[in-house]
Design a protein around this ligand. Structure first.
Ligand SMILES: O=C(O)C1=C[C@@H](OP(=O)(O)O)[C@@H](O)[C@H](O)C1
Ligand SMILES: C=C(OP(=O)(O)O)C(=O)O
Length: 418
């Protein structure tokens, strides 16, 4: 039995920094993800006047500036490769009423920002964007009013942007989600004393005079753990692996459920609640893998796991079909195109659908070179498939893993050569 811990959850790490910066008093954050995306959030918060210490400590001690304590930035807010940074901080900046320009790398600059610009405009903020709809995006000075927003796409980033705009702008907001998405923002705001209610598909936030400071122990990221679970499911580890202290929030674990449905061994042990989030040891191992269908309503709970599920499907008997996942086309890369061309490059039958893909499993040795388009999840998914004995797969840009898991290749090497 091998034990491993994966890096801290990326979604919770972003939010822990933002809410610590906006809190009243001292917050301690332990186990934060140290990766390029979280560095982007730290940098942007510093540009807004928050004091965020270097991230390379086991415990960060953050003195919050309070809900009205941020300062207008004097430099563009560089969100690098991170959609979560751009969209959540857009909500904070709108609420604060600042003039600010958001910039990012080539990938982020192409990603749709209309989905956050629209509710922020409805709240009274002028937003200017390039023709193609991405970055650079400028939010103009103004003051927000309350809103009831029904996002057209299921997006925790859009929901969180509206909630943060209401929180910082001191106005009531309501978000009605088309399909439920990860609820870390809601849990973390409630834990900090905000009057936030969830009824059915509606999240409502009432104005708050202040945000309490709170300590966070960031659990392991289930989206990172999924790569290890996939590796175990594919039989690349020769034995069971125990991934300790993983976030098992129900809105995040669709990938684990899908692996189990495909026939992998996957169970939770040591279940507990840690700072409002369910955590568990995820025990994984191989099984006789079968292709499955993944339905549209499951997609938000496994959206970031789909590249990994595609490579597991490449070794499952029969066909795997994913639909209702058009959102994959607007992630760090067009993940439908990247997954399908990557699978074809190593000799697997795969087909694009407008909103998903079809993969037919094969038990032949898989060899070839995969183009990642600088997308960390494409690189790690094919890294997992390449680690299966008999396969020989290289990726063009291994370093892009730094976005969410900088030590991925070393960890993979250690696990598979143990
Ligand atoms: O809120 C978050 O932390 C995230 C939400 C998801 O994006 P969308 O809100 O665009 O679906 C997910 O893909 C991303 O990795 C992180
Ligand atoms: C989509 C992702 O992140 P973000 O939207 O924050 O860039 C991801 O990590 O897969």
């Amino acid at each position: 039995m091998t034990r491993i811990r994966v890096p801290g959850d990326k979604s919770i790490s972003h939010r822990a920094l933002m809410l610590a910066a906006l809190g009243r008093g001292t917050s301690r954050v332990r186990g934060i993800l140290q990766s390029a995306d979280i560095e982007a959030t730290a940098r942007v918060l510093r540009a807004l006047g928050a004091t965020i210490p270097p991230l390379d400590a086991s415990e960060l001690v953050i003195e919050g500036v309070g809900l009205r304590g941020l300062q207008p930035p004097s430099v563009p807010l560089d969100c690098a490769n991170s959609g979560t940074t751009a969209r959540l901080v857009a909500g904070i900046v709108a609420g604060a009423g600042f003039d600010a320009e958001f910039v990012g790398d080539a990938s982020l600059s192409r990603r749709p920002m209309g989905r956050v610009a629209a509710p922020l405009r409805a709240m009274g903020i002028e937003v200017t964007r390039p023709e193609h709809g991405g970055l650079p995006m400028r939010l103009h000075r103004g003051s927000v009013q309350g809103v009831t927003w029904r996002p057209a796409v299921a997006s925790a980033q859009v929901k969180s942007a509206v909630l943060l705009a209401g929180l910082v702008g001191n106005v009531p907001v309501e978000v009605q989600e088309p399909v439920p998405t990860r609820d870390h923002t809601e849990r973390m705001l409630q834990a900090r004393g905000v009057d936030l209610r969830v009824e059915g598909d509606t999240v409502s936030l009432l104005p708050a005079a202040r945000l309490d400071a709170a300590d966070v122990d960031v659990p392991g990221d289930p989206s990172s753990a999924a790569f290890i679970a996939g590796l175990a499911a594919l039989g690349a580890l020769r034995r069971e692996v125990r991934i300790e202290n993983v976030d098992v929030n129900p809105w995040r674990v669709g990938g684990f459920r899908a692996l189990r449905r495909m026939g992998a061994l996957l169970r939770y042990e040591d279940e507990a609640l840690q700072g409002g989030e369910p955590v568990a040891t995820v025990v994984c191992g191989p099984g006789a893998l079968q292709g499955i269908s993944i339905a549209p309503e499951e997609v938000p709970s496994l959206i970031d796991e789909l590249p990994l599920l595609a490579v597991v499907a490449a070794r499952a008997a029969g066909e795997t079909r994913v639909t209702g996942a058009a959102e994959l086309r607007v992630k760090e890369s067009d993940r439908i195109a990247a997954v399908v061309s990557g699978l074809r490059a190593v000799g697997v039958y795969a087909e694009e659908l407008p909103d998903g893909f079809v993969v037919r499993g094969s038990d032949r040795p898989l060899t070839g070179r995969v183009v990642t388009h600088g997308d960390h999840r494409i690189a790690m998914a094919f890294g997992v498939l390449g680690a299966v004995p008999g396969n020989a797969i290289t990726v063009d840009d291994p370093s892009c893993c730094a976005v969410s898991w900088p030590s991925f290749w070393d960890d993979l090497q250690r696990l598979t050569h143990d």
